[in-house]
Design a protein around this ligand. Structure first.
Ligand code: CP
Ligand code: NVA
Length: 306
């Protein structure tokens, strides 16, 4: 059975740990593992803009001995004339894996059903699981462990990042807190799935509306843009409603003194986070951005071995 990575809980805790362990190994020896030598091609498709995902997949595929084929949907038949299923049938005859950044999670599911090569979610409206592998790797590097740590996500609780923190954090045995206004709470089905993962791992999931309560004693504080791609029309409303969830020095001071700050980037300084925090000593955002490369290389190696 082909394994895909469409959402964070596609991996068990043991599988997630194995991929993070492999990422550490690959980070220490960047050019030593080359399963794509041939070279084989990996298609990386973008319906939305990207800097980190585009670069880290392109570099990672090349370092694994393969060729990255970067496709913009605007210049392809996908999204217009052709379905995800038909696109997948064409691609599987020629590429080793497919990475897709898109809007609806259902499109990724459709593509995965239609193909025998691994499909990787490069970000959807609902989840950003590759980013979470990089975030978990970063937290583990700085803290030595994941299980038992408390991570607080503040802001848009229904965003791909918040929902991926719920699933990936719970899978890792973390205590995941999400603080958001009621109208921006994570979807019930994602919270239910995170509860299932937490029950297996010994982690927990708690939703808050009060940012102060949510951040108290946290080991890790995370936020993301208040205006995700596709939500631009709601910008004015979001900037107002999410205003009290800004991560500033005062809020950070309520977390543990050694708490880490993470943000997947790109960041809107002065909105979801102040410059003082994101550019300050507790921020590990540049390690986090680099770790996209190592985590995704490990993910691809692991998926191709299944
Ligand atoms: N964090 C992240 O996915 O960044 P890009 O949108 O630049 O890929
Ligand atoms: N939540 C953001 C993440 C960007 C990497 C978005 O979807 O735009």
């Amino acid at each position: 059975m082909t394994r895909h990575f469409l959402r964070d809980d596609d991996l068990s805790q043991a599988e997630q740990t194995a991929i993070l362990d492999l990422a550490v190994e690959l980070k220490g020896d960047r050019f030593g593992t080359r399963p794509l030598v041939g070279p084989q091609t990996v298609a990386v498709i973008f319906d939305k803009s990207s800097t980190r995902t585009r670069v880290s997949f392109a570099v990672g595929i090349a370092e694994l001995g393969g060729i990255p084929l970067i496709i913009s949907t605007a210049n392809s038949q996908l999204g217009g004339k052709e379905t995800a299923t038909d696109t997948a049938r064409v691609l599987e005859r020629q590429v080793a894996a497919i990475v897709w950044r898109t809007f609806a999670q259902s499109g990724l599911e459709e593509m995965a059903l239609g193909t025998t090569v691994p499909v990787i979610n490069g970000l959807s409206d609902d989840f950003h699981p590759c980013q979470l592998l990089a975030d978990l790797l970063t937290i583990r590097e700085h803290r030595g462990t994941l299980a038992g740590l408390t991570v607080t996500f503040l802001g848009d609780g229904a965003s791909n990042m918040a929902q991926s923190y719920l699933l990936a954090g719970a899978t890792a045995g973390m205590h995941v807190r999400v603080a958001s206004p009621v109208d921006y709470a994570p979807t019930d089905s994602v919270v239910a799935a995170a509860d299932v993962a937490a029950a297996k791992s010994g982690g927990s999931v708690t939703l808050f509306t009060d940012p102060i309560e949510a951040v108290a004693g946290a080991d890790v504080v995370v936020t993301d843009t208040w205006v995700s791609m596709g939500k631009e029309e709601e910008k004015a409303e979001r900037l107002t409603t999410l205003g009290s969830y800004r991560v500033d020095a005062e809020l950070m001071a309520l977390a543990r003194p050694d708490a880490l700050f993470l943000h997947c980037l790109p960041a809107d300084r002065g909105y979801e986070v102040t410059a003082e925090v994101i550019d300050g000593p507790q921020s590990v955002v540049w390690d986090e951005a680099e770790n996209r490369l190592h985590a995704q290389k490990a993910l691809m190696v692991w998926l191709l071995q299944q």
